[in-house]
Design a protein around this ligand. Structure first.
Ligand code: 5GP
Length: 177
């Protein structure tokens, strides 16, 4: 993939402004509460670290690692739990932080996992991006930053074959068939 062929969808400034808006909503919702954030690696790492910096309640950061992509631009359709070790989340406010909800299979897997293993005080799902038209499940994020078209997105945590997660903006290439 040629980096010069990437078209910018969201600039660094747009991303950071939207994250502050999301954090404001969460600061209102969780007022007086403690939160366990659960960052879904690797894609959500940039978003999660920026988001929690704008949260003003006590936050514990947890990280889990899932995978569903084949390495290129296609999903395998099957969610693999690479590392999903978490502390006892019974009675806690859990905020799952994802990069993008696409088919929704990962979100459904995670929400089912939480339901099966813990009686949380609350479980909220936050995704920076929401590809609503690609959905094959009925899962909807409680918070999302931007609704996006069904394009393959790269940057700000989202990779192309492992690369480009470090871009400060989010760009796209046309879907390959
Ligand atoms: P879902 O299970 O909702 O289909 O997909 C969730 C995961 O697929 C995301 O966490 C992300 O890792 C990957 N994914 C979905 N759409 C894109 C995309 O447009 N670009 C990249 N780089 N990854 C994506």
């Amino acid at each position: 993939m040629d980096i010069n062929s990437l078209k910018v969808l969201f600039t660094e400034e747009e991303i950071q402004n939207r994250i502050k808006e999301l954090a404001d909503e969460m600061n209102n919702f969780y007022r007086g509460e403690e939160v366990y954030s659960v960052c879904v690696l690797k894609g959500a790492v940039m978003f999660a670290t920026d988001l929690v910096k704008s949260l003003n309640m006590p936050v514990k950061m947890e990280f889990i690692r899932l995978s569903s992509y084949n390495g290129g631009t296609t999903t395998s359709g099957k969610v693999n739990a690479v590392d999903i070790s978490l502390p006892d989340l019974n009675g806690k406010n859990v905020l799952i932080i994802e990069d993008i909800v696409d088919t929704g299979l990962t979100a459904k897997f995670l929400l089912d996992f939480m339901n099966c293993n813990f009686h949380t005080k609350s479980t909220k799902f936050c995704s920076l991006l929401d590809k609503k038209t690609a959905r094959v499940t009925d899962v909807e994020p409680d918070y999302y930053g931007f609704e996006v078209d069904d394009k393959f997105l790269i940057g700000y945590g989202l990779d192309y074959d492992g690369y480009y997660r470090n871009l400060k903006f989010i760009g796209y290439i046309e879907k390959q068939v």
